[in-house]
Design a binder for this molecule. Structure first.
Ligand code: PMP
Ligand code: GLU
Length: 396
């Protein structure tokens, strides 16, 4: 018999939709993939070369479980250069992707029954990872009219004696919204007053548009830095999803605990991928800016077309590579006699009849929405938008 834990976990909807789309594509179906949160660019050449060199030099053995010193130093150097925060290498833990980093954080912080505040819409894995670590996810709804931002008063209302941490994700997957300094200051002061940890998932920090700036809550003073665990990785900024390198920057005590946990769970992250991540973080950064500019063009193009379509509405995302679209107006309508009713059905109908893969909002805690990823070529985007429009025209 399976454990209670296994029974209450639902598999990642983002990954399963992506797998389904990739399978249909491999069977020769002309699928437009708006599902995956995965840059479509190849990993930049200098990063791949660093990995080849690592293999050729025999850098193929175990490394220290929490990662190689040179990569930790490169992460500290980036944190200092990009946001001005000082971290020492012993505060860094390198893991098998940011998802694994998050698992380490929850494992190191949570006792059974501890509550973690998660603003909705949220990235699909946060509540499940909290549950896997015996915590209780407490969902706090944010509103589209507030640009999907959590207010300090909402945190205060959700606090209990068991509240241990708050998850912040800026820029956000799925909404693309980012928190500015003033908003973060309000959140930081509630966290400090109530001694709750901030798990700050900054994996999309480099993908920011309209000249906005990323602000990490950790930069707002020594006290809040101590309570913050930064989660980041190379997957999104450097088009390195398959390499599986993520990392945390935290108080040394938390880092030591996570390193100990990881030493039993997985040992070190892949030695070759660590060398590649080192090349990514310490090498030239123009590739990041080039990809960012391309994402911005795609966002502008896609948003303009989506807003011109019937039934759909969408707040302008400031970062990441997703449009989070309200489709509620389609629910009373029918497609070839089938009631649309909800976003799961909307996604099913589009996949089956128009060969578009997208993620319905339920997994993000927002069932009236769908998420479209614009980490896809302009050709793919144009084809997909044409199909989406044709589908909407069929609704009666
Ligand atoms: N956080 C967010 C918000 C994400 O969208 C993702 C997507 N993969 C991750 C963490 C995990 O990234 P990684 O590929 O490094 O595990
Ligand atoms: N984070 C990406 C997404 O939201 C990749 C899939 C996953 O890890 O969930 O689509």
């Amino acid at each position: 018999m399976l454990s209670d834990k296994a029974m209450q976990i639902s598999p990642s909807p983002t990954l399963s939709i992506d797998a389904k789309a990739k399978k249909l594509k491999s069977e020769g179906k002309n699928i437009v993939g708006f599902g995956a949160g995965e840059p479509d660019f190849d990993t930049p050449v200098h990063i791949k070369e660093a990995a080849v060199e690592a293999i050729n030099q025999g850098f193929t053995k175990y490394t220290p479980a929490s990662g190689i010193p040179e990569l930790k130093k490169a992460i500290c150097a980036r944190l200092l250069k990009d946001s001005g925060t000082v971290y020492q290498p012993q505060q860094i833990v390198i893991s098998n992707g940011a998802k694994h980093s998050l698992d380490n954080v929850f494992s190191a912080l949570l006792n059974k029954g501890d509550e973690v505040l998660i603003p909705a819409p949220y990235w699909v894995s946060y509540p499940e990872l909290v549950k896997l670590n015996e915590g209780v996810p407490v969902i706090v709804e944010t509103l589209e009219e507030h640009n999907w931002k959590l207010k300090a008063a909402q945190i205060k209302k959700a606090l209990t004696t068991r509240t241990k941490a708050l998850v912040l994700n800026s820029p956000s997957n799925p909404t693309g919204q980012i928190y500015n300094r003033e908003e973060l200051e309000e959140i930081a002061s509630v966290a400090l007053e109530n001694n709750i940890f901030i798990i700050s998932d900054e994996i999309y920090e480099k993908l920011i548009y309209d000249r906005n700036k990323h602000v990490s809550i950790s930069t707002l003073g020594d006290e809040i830095q101590k309570l913050t665990i930064i989660v980041n990785g190379v997957s999104k900024s450097y088009a390195m999803t398959g390499w599986r390198i993520g990392y945390t920057a935290s108080d040394p005590e938390i880092a030591t605990a996570m390193a100990g946990i990881q030493s039993h769970n997985t040992s070190n992250p892949n030695s070759i991928a660590q060398k590649a991540a080192y090349a990514a973080l310490s090498g030239p950064q123009d590739c990041v800016e080039e990809m960012r500019q391309t994402f911005e063009k795609r966002r502008n193009f896609m948003l303009e077309h989506i807003l011109a379509m019937p039934y759909l509405s969408c707040a302008t995302p400031q970062g990441a590579f997703y449009l989070f679209i309200n489709i509620e107006e389609t629910f009373p309508l029918k497609f070839r006699g089938i009631a649309v009713e909800n976003s799961d059905r909307f996604a099913e109908l589009l996949l089956e009849h128009y060969m578009i893969a997208l993620v319905p909002g339920r997994g993000f805690g927002a069932p009236k929405y769908i998420r479209l990823s614009y980490a896809a070529s302009m050709d793919t985007i144009q084809t997909g938008l044409g199909r989406l429009e044709a589908f909407l025209k069929e609704l009666k």
